[in-house]
Design a protein around this ligand. Structure first.
Ligand SMILES: Cc1cc2nc3c(=O)[nH]c(=O)nc-3n(C[C@H](O)[C@H](O)[C@H](O)COP(=O)(O)OP(=O)(O)OC[C@H]3O[C@@H](n4cnc5c(N)ncnc54)[C@H](O)[C@@H]3O)c2cc1C
Length: 563
């Protein structure tokens, strides 16, 4: 019998709420579900909220009774915030979080590189915002609990998965014993140690790195701005790397690499933690400041992914699908992009708007994203924890040259998580004018946000279905285009028309976005009336035209729905 702990997890700044377990005896009827989501971490919760937004109900099974232990992921990117905006929690993250743009790398006491993540005047969100993962999960949990289409079950652990003809049968363990649940689709979002992945015998491809890091959250009052700090080869930890990040509630994340051969138990011994954190504080000139420990753990970098995220009725997402190094803030940020993608692909299949072939596209696109991240993250990981003598020689040469030579300094810049562009997606329209545009988001790219007025942005209007951005000087959407839109809607395809117009409101559009200065048109590379962009439900571009006509719109929609 599954007995999740009913004790609140310890923390000096976060009050864990322990929820009541969901018990089958109080809900005897267990008809087959359309979708069951196993695991309520960032990936599972976002997938559930996305499914609900697309009108697909689901059951969420979470083995624990409370959100995750320790801060874990603390840095969230702009793209994550744009996804969180879609599921209704970005405002809460903005209220709680600490936004930032700068990172500093130090070697031998000298700042050798200052990284700036550009903040565009058209972006609603900062490039990065720091907030502890517990808060983020709490906001997502509250949104899920409030949603009538989400049946949330705390204390329910998936024990077994049996693939049947056209559905999956689950054995679920609870504090009062087992019950059986059947579902058309199972979303496996049960995290890095995915039991579902193991019980299905699935192997991941990729590498594991030897370097280990202590991750410790301490409460300390440091008079430093919210900027990332990285120290290479400090005197107290020779040859290794140390990172610091500010978190809300006066908490600082301290991340330091362990000397080769040291075990996690040795590293987490209180005396070892005390000595090293004190040495770090001495190095930054704050040895006199009092501090207390909240949470610590040991972490090692892995770059692993399943080669397919769809296995009959089971769909993998988040850490259950891949394990990515946290350098460059890739863990949870990638999970949000996976979940957003899975949400619309699966919803369209469940609603009969597309065939199961659309799910292969989810797998192809997100495995492609994981492989790109693995490639980039591998470079940063090798710079921070050189895996061989050769890599160490190269890294050390860069470090010492950087004291005097500016040209090597950009090598310090590890590539931060960025949204994958589905440039080669089969959903991209073949017969459009993608290559004729000189600027603007191209095939597969997420949209560039546009500030329409002080607190009013393009992305506030997007999502939930396909969006057609139609740039026009006319006072109405041409009738043939309106007919295609009406016909698509009649088939149940969610499709909105957003007219972008210099002058007036445009008849036939769901909304008109005013572009009196031409700024919007310029950023989207639009030179004449009649141009358009078609955005998928995850907002990525799947077609754009210098001039749009009904035949081309129909073709692009058919293509994006794999019809
Ligand atoms: C110690 C540590 C530090 C980290 N630090 C960072 C960081 O600094 N930056 C960063 O970007 N990322 C970091 N990460 C990674 C980040 O936390 C994950 O990438 C992120 O949580 C992935 O989300 P997920 O939803 O895929 O998985 P998880 O968050 O792991 O969620 C999985 C959920 O599934 C539940 N579950 C498991 N098995 C079952 C089952 N059989 N049935 C039902 N429910 C189940 C679990 O209880 C859990 O709630 C860290 C991770 C760890 C462990």
């Amino acid at each position: 019998m599954h007995q999740p702990t009913a004790q609140s997890r310890p923390s000096i700044y976060y009050n864990y709420r322990v929820h009541e377990p969901w018990l089958a005896s109080a809900h005897p009827m267990q008809e087959r579900k359309k979708v069951v989501v196993a695991g309520a971490g960032p990936a599972g919760l976002t997938a559930a909220l996305e499914l609900a937004r697309h009108g697909v109900p689901c059951v969420v099974l979470e083995s624990e009774l409370q959100v995750s232990e320790g801060s874990r992921a603390i840095v969230f990117t702009r793209r994550s915030m744009e996804i969180l905006q879609q599921v209704g929690v970005a405002e809460r993250v903005t209220e709680k979080g600490l936004p930032w743009c700068f990172g500093n790398s130090y070697y031998r006491g000298q700042r050798v590189f200052r990284m700036e993540s550009a903040r565009d005047e058209d972006d609603r969100f900062f490039p990065m915002i720091n907030v502890q993962q517990q808060y983020l999960e709490e906001y997502l949990v509250e949104a899920a609990l409030a949603h009538p289409m989400i049946d949330f079950r705390w204390g329910n652990r998936v024990n077994k998965v049996e693939q049947c003809q056209g559905f999956a049968r689950l054995e679920v363990d609870t504090p009062e014993g087992l019950y059986t649940l059947e579902t058309d689709w199972l979303v496996a979002s049960d995290g890095a140690r995915s039991g579902i992945r193991s019980m299905m015998g699935l192997k991941m491809e990729g590498a594991s790195y030897e370097g280990r890091f202590v991750i410790a959250d301490i409460r300390i009052d440091l008079p430093l701005p919210t900027e990332r700090l990285a120290f290479f080869d400090p005197e107290w930890n020779p040859g290794n790397t140390v990172l610091m990040h500010r978190e809300p509630h006066g908490i600082w994340r301290v991340d330091y690499q362990l000397p080769a051969g040291e075990t996690p138990e040795q590293a987490l011994a209180p005396a070892s933690l005390e000595t090293r954190i004190q040495a770090l504080l001495a190095q930054i000139g704050h040895a006199d400041k009092a501090w207390e420990m909240d949470w610590c753990s040991v972490y090692s970098a892995r770059t692993l992914t399943l080669s397919d995220y769809v296995h009959d009725r089971v769909l993998f997402t988040g850490d259950a699908a891949h394990l990515l190094p946290i350098f460059g803030v890739r863990g949870a940020n990638t999970a949000f992009q996976d979940a957003q993608s899975l949400g619309w692909h699966l919803a369209f299949v469940v609603k009969g708007l597309a065939s199961d072939a659309l799910l292969s596209n989810y797998s192809r696109e997100r495995v492609g994203a994981a492989r790109e991240i693995i490639d980039e993250a591998g470079k940063s990981t090798r710079f921070m924890t050189p895996p061989s003598r050769g890599f160490r020689l190269l890294r050390d040469a860069v470090l010492s040259l950087s004291l005097t030579e500016a040209f090597v300094r950009p090598l310090y810049h590890w590539r931060t998580s960025r949204p994958h562009e589905y440039a080669d997606s089969v959903l991209n329209s073949m017969g459009d004018d993608n290559l004729l545009f000189k600027t603007g988001p191209s095939h597969g790219a997420p949209p560039q946000n546009i500030r329409l007025s002080p607190d009013n942005y393009l992305l506030d209007y997007l999502g939930g279905g396909f969006d057609l951005l139609f740039f026009t000087e006319a006072d109405a959407i041409p009738e043939p285009l309106q007919n295609v839109v009406t016909e698509a809607r009649a088939r149940g395809v969610p499709l909105r028309v957003l007219a972008v117009s210099a002058a007036q409101s445009v008849a036939g559009a769901d909304v008109t976005l005013a572009d009196t200065t031409g700024h919007f048109r310029k950023r989207y590379g639009v030179e004449a009336s009649g141009a358009a962009y078609l955005l998928r439900p995850d907002q990525h571009v799947c077609a754009r035209w210098v001039t749009l006509d009904a035949t081309r719109l129909q073709a692009a929609l058919n293509n994006a729905l794999v019809q």
